[in-house]
Design a protein around this ligand. Structure first.
Ligand code: NAI
Length: 456
């Protein structure tokens, strides 16, 4: 009998397996597709490979602003996609090596919970049955495909794509129409517009980028519009037909958008339906598996972590949730805190944020003070971004004087934001944050500059 069976080998599952294995738990990990899950195989990592190529191409195209000229610059999409495959392969084998290093038994089959045995649980797959004292369910999420007329039929025909297929297109579509202006839509829209597609984003809300700070998402929208991306905000999709997406504008007037390919990126939903949860009575809700702040489900010794709990659907959140679950199994005191959970949109410019946005703070009635500065206050940003601009905003709790939100657009926002997360996590007060020495010159110094705008 294993000490722990983990179902799902994405970020939540493989990290949990690694931590558990190293902690001495006899661990078995089931993965029905490829180790690394959606993040590594068809999400975070391959999309970053594509976006990096787009960034390099843009730098080469505009090199003359920096005194560097190149002739015949072009983006070879097939080569970009090939490199993406290489990156994924390298990292997937890295996860495999980590599992080996942690002594984890990996079974590459679909697992289903089949009930209880004395002192544990039964899990079955094509090759037989395994038992374990504990279970961790980390089965992730799948794209939402709403019952919009024609959507599913056109997905079957290859006209409509999800995050998986859009990363594998062998040709750049002349017209790419994207349903949903969230993270996936924006990241993929960024790559394909640079690669040559005429991109149109249809978004139901009156803004893009979901819960991102309002001012920052407006700046991002303008950057996209400068690149020639069209946005239909406040538009409701009513159908997908051959070569077009049908929608209604805010006044209800029908609009048709021509497309060679359609990306459906309107969110993801937890994947927990076919796991046999009912055989042991695990409680679920519409969004996923119900867990407490330690990853425990209602069934003793059964845990869940990552997208399947329906909370944040971010790989880095999944990492932490799985660590909390393993620590709890090991009797170590730990719990999930989401207040300092960063979010990033890896476009050019990058967007990153952590903690309260102004909109969020207002909604919760938190009294805050806000200061902001253009990224051009950071010397390195100016040196490296000819004509570019960005913004950094910091929110401080008016009463306690601690930092409660940091939001940025521009530069290496994705690489900087963890420092801001640390300030929020440790409830750092303005007075103390002012004492931090930032390396100079770096784009990160913008946070220090904004913090110094506040009185202690
Ligand atoms: P999302 O939730 O980020 O965005 C979906 C967007 O679609 C929303 O703006 C929503 O208003 C819109 N929408 C919903 N129904 C619609 C309709 N019928 N017509 C038009 N618009 C509609 O979801 P997305 O982009 O699919 O991403 C899925 C998940 O993957 C997210 O939870 C995200 O956290 C994660 N992800 C994270 C990334 C990152 O951290 N950089 C990158 C890619 C994905």
């Amino acid at each position: 009998m294993f000490d722990l069976i983990i179902i799902g080998g994405g970020p939540a599952g493989y990290l949990a397996a690694e931590r558990a294995g190293h902690a001495g738990l006899k661990t078995c990990l089931y993965e029905m597709r490829s180790l690394g899950g959606v993040c590594l195989n068809e999400g975070c990592i391959p999309s970053k490979a594509l976006l990096h190529s787009a960034k390099m191409y843009e730098y080469a195209l505009h090199g003359s602003s920096y005194g560097v000229t190149a002739q015949d610059v072009h983006l070879d999409h097939a080569a970009v996609v090939k490199r993406r495959g290489k990156v994924v392969k390298t990292l997937v084998s890295g996860v495999g090596a980590k599992m080996k290093g942690a002594g984890v038994t990996v079974i590459k089959e679909q697992a289903k919970i089949a009930g209880r045995v004395e002192g544990g649980f039964r899990v079955v797959s094509a090759s037989g049955e395994q038992t374990a004292k504990r279970l961790l369910i980390a089965s992730g999420s799948v794209p939402v495909m709403p019952p919009i007329p024609g959507l599913r039929e056109h997905y079957a025909s290859g006209f409509v794509l999800t995050n998986r297929e859009v990363l594998e297109l062998d040709q750049v579509p002349a017209k790419l129409t994207i349903i949903g202006g969230g993270v996936i839509g924006l990241e993929m829209g960024a790559y394909y517009s640079v690669a040559g597609s005429q991109v149109t984003v249809i978004e139901m809300l009156d803004h893009i980028a979901g819960p991102t700070d309002g001012e920052i998402r407006t700046m991002l929208l303008k950057e996209y519009q400068k690149k020639g991306v069209t946005f239909l905000l406040g538009h409701k999709v009513t159908g997908v037909a051959d070569g077009q997406v049908l929608c209604e504008d805010p006044s209800g007037k029908p609009v048709s958008v021509a497309a060679d390919k359609v990306l459906c990126s309107i969110g993801r939903r937890a994947q927990y339906q076919d796991l046999g949860l009912e055989t042991i009575g695990v409680e679920t809700y519409r969004g996923g598996i119900v867990t407490d702040s330690q990853g425990r489900t209602n069934v003793e010794n059964v845990y869940a972590a990552g997208d399947v709990n329906g909370h944040h659907m971010l790989a880095h959140t999944a990492y932490r949730e799985s660590e909390v679950a393993i620590n709890t199994m090991l009797g170590k005191k730990d719990r999930m805190r989401y207040a300092a959970n960063p979010s990033v949109i890896y476009t050019k410019p990058e967007v990153a944020g952590v903690g309260y946005t102004e909109e969020g703070a207002k909604e919760e009635g938190i009294e805050y003070e806000v200061k902001k500065l253009s990224m051009r206050y950071a010397g390195r940003f100016v040196a490296e971004n000819e004509g570019g601009d960005g913004l950094c905003k910091v929110l401080v709790d008016k009463v306690h004087r601690n930092i409660i939100g940091v939001h940025m657009i521009g530069g290496y926002a994705s690489e900087i934001i963890w420092g801001a997360a640390e300030m929020i996590e440790s409830q750092l007060r303005v007075k103390d944050a002012k004492e931090i020495i930032f390396p100079h010159p770096t784009v990160s110094e913008i946070i220090r500059e904004v913090i110094w705008e506040f009185p202690d």
